[in-house]
Design a protein around this ligand. Sequence first.
Ligand code: PLP
Length: 360
Amino acid sequence: MTENTHLPCLFVDLEKIRHNTRLMVQRCHQSSIEVAAVVKLMRGSPEVAQVMREAGVDLLADSRLSNLARLVDLGLPRMLLRLPSPHQADEVVRHSEISLNSEAVTLRALSAAASRHGRQHRIVVMQDLGDLREGCFDEAETLELARLASSLPGLGLAGIGANLACYGGVAPSPENQQRLVDIAECIRRELACECPIVSGCNSAAAFMLLDGSLPAGINQLRLGASLLMGIGLNDEPIPGLVQDTVTLTVEVIELKDKPSVPINSTALDAFGHKPVFEDYGIRHRALCALGKQDVSFSELTPLDAGIRIVGGSSDHLILDLSDAARRYQVGDSISFSLSYGGVLACMTSDYVAKVFNREK
Ligand SMILES: *Cc1c(COP(=O)(O)O)cnc(C)c1O
């Protein structure tokens, strides 16, 4: 951090992300699995995507078109993860080469757009394996959409895919991953068409990759959290990967000793909730320049384990420093590790600066 770094600031360690990506790419390629590097957590940062490209990923993926538009110069195929709306069809074929889909009306719109722009757009048809977010629940519909994707002008069938562990808490398993492989086989047999990609899952499948329980035939994983934060299913650390890739640093703007219980608290707080307090006596408290509009404080963990998050409001974070490892001054900075949701929120807050450092 330099003298004039604007705080609050999210520091992203590109070398740690490089390490994670290299290792996961190596593990995937050993099993003939290609890596779609998911950069949505980093708001489609070209700096991060560049490091991932150098580490050998096969394509770049994001759920938002505005993020994919930032990645045009990276020279890798771009995959749109969130199902496009039919109204976005022109932007979809301009900013991505592949997209995940589950609706015939959207495929027709994409076909028309691809033809208009003289492009070829490739489709991954999504099968819902029980997590109940995107995808056809019915295999017959998946087959029908695969047939449509392989026959409409301007489109091609890239393959099929499934997502898990995002809404319904359904973990990837040898059984549900095998089901996807079987559906791909069925498409190849019944439609006599190529269905090259079987895109099994997200970072939740990292543990199956490591213990060898991912069925043969799964040949793509879409990896975000594992590359960027070293975590997999249930946010558990993945062996060999580093987790402390992102740090949030904030600035102390007030230091005072105050009681832990307000004087005659009867009203609601700034967010309309009735606050409750426990009496810990007089505490040494810091007010920091970060607010609930930037990130939910439950997503933060102080790196100094003696610091406790007390609460705050839209623009203020209140910390208890009584048991902190060292003495802080006004103007000092205090750093936190973050959950996936915390990184995401800070990344999308215009009030939080971002620094992507190559070396620490
Ligand atoms: C976000 C997303 C991913 C990546 O998930 P991670 O858990 O970050 O690896 C993969 N596929 C889809 C469809 C997604 O939306």
